[in-house]
Design a binder for this molecule. Sequence first.
Ligand code: LRH
Ligand code: MN
Length: 393
Amino acid sequence: MTQPDAATRERITQALRGQRIETPSWAYANSGTRFKVFPQEGVPRNPYEKIADAAVVHRLTGVAPTVALHIPWDRVDDYANLAGYAADQGVALGAINANVFQDNDYKLGSVTNPDPAVRRKAIDHLLDCVDIMDATGSRDLKLWFSDGTNYPGQDDFRARQDRLAVALRETYDRLGDDQRMLLEYKLFEPAFYTTDVPDWGTAYAHCLELGPKAQVVIDTGHHAPGTNIEFIVAFLLRAGKLGAFDFNSRFYADDDLMVGAADPFQLFRIMYEIVRGDALRPEAGIAFMLDQCHNIEPKIPAIIRSVLNVQEATAKALLVDADALAAAQRAGDVLGANAVLMDAYHTDVRPLLAELRADLGLDPDPMAAYARSGYFEKIRAERAGGQQAGWGA
Ligand code: LRH
Ligand code: MN
C-alpha cells in the first residue's frame, strides 16, 4: 500500500487536528479486579493530582483536553475551584459519571430497587451530579446502572423498566438546555441473570422516549462476544442517538484493557463508521472517552498509548478511499470492496502521525517523551505519603 498523496495527507491531518479524546480520572488511580488491586507508586491521592496527570497526557498528545470525573470518587468541596485548577493545567472537566453501584442500599438495585426510599436516594444522587455539572461547566451526565437480577423470578422485568423510566425522566427534566444525558448499557456484571440496561436497543428505546438530550454510550467492553459493534455505531449515528464512546478493549468480558490492544482491527472498523458518518469533528457531538483500568501496567503511559491507538485507528479510517469503496460496493465487487478497506488498515500511519505532532510542536513520540520527562520520578517522590485514590470497591 503506497503512502497517501499530499492532498490526502492534508485532508487526514486536518481531521486529526480536530480529534478530541477524553481521559477518565479513575484510570489514573488504583484499580483492579475482585481478586486484587495492585497499588502503584506515584498514584494520585485526590482529583487535583488525577487532573495533573491527565494534563500531562494532553501536553504530550495534543488531543486529550478533557477529563471525565466520577462521583463520589472525585468528590471535592469546591467544583468551581477544581474546574479552575484544570484550566490552569490546560485541560477542562468533561463528563460527570454518577455512581449508584457501590452503596449497600443498592444490593437489589438503585433506580430500579423495589424499595421506593432506595429509588429516591439514587435519583437524588443523579440530581446532585447535575448540580455538579452546573459548577464544572460539564455538558454530559453519564449514567451506567449496575442494576439487575441474579435469579429468575427475583424481580419483575416490567416493573423495573417502569422504575428506571421514572428516574430517567426526573433526571432528564432537571438537565439544562446545553446539558445531555448519556445512557450506558452493559450485557452483564455485576448482575448475572438480567441487567436492566443490557444492550443498545434498551438504551436506545429509553433515550427515544426521553428526548433529544438523551443519547446512548457505547462501551466497547459491554457486548456479548462476537457482537458487531461497528454496526451499532452506524445504526445509532444514522438515528442521531450516538452520544459517546467508552473506549477500551477486551479478550473475554469487560476487561477494560487499553483500547486497540486486544482488537485494533475492530477499533479501525468502528472509527471507519465514525468517519463514514462524518462524526469525527467535535461539532458532531460525539464524546470519545476512554474507560479503562490499568491494573498491572503504569497508568499514564498506558493512557498515552491508548490515545495513540485511537489516533492510529482514526488515521487508517480516514485513509479509506471512499470513492473506490462506493464503486466496488455498487458493482457488487465483494473482494474489491473488502480490499479497499484492508489497504487502509494495512497502511502504516505512524510516520504521518509523527509528522502531525511535529507540526503541532509536540514530540513525534509521546511515549518516549514521557519516559524522558522525569514526571514519574517527580510524582513518585511527591506522592510518597497519603492515601492513594482508587475505586473504593
Ligand atoms: C461500568 C463502567 C462505567 C463506569 C465504570 C467505571 O463497567 O464501564 O462506564 O462507571 O465502568
Ligand atoms: Mn464504561
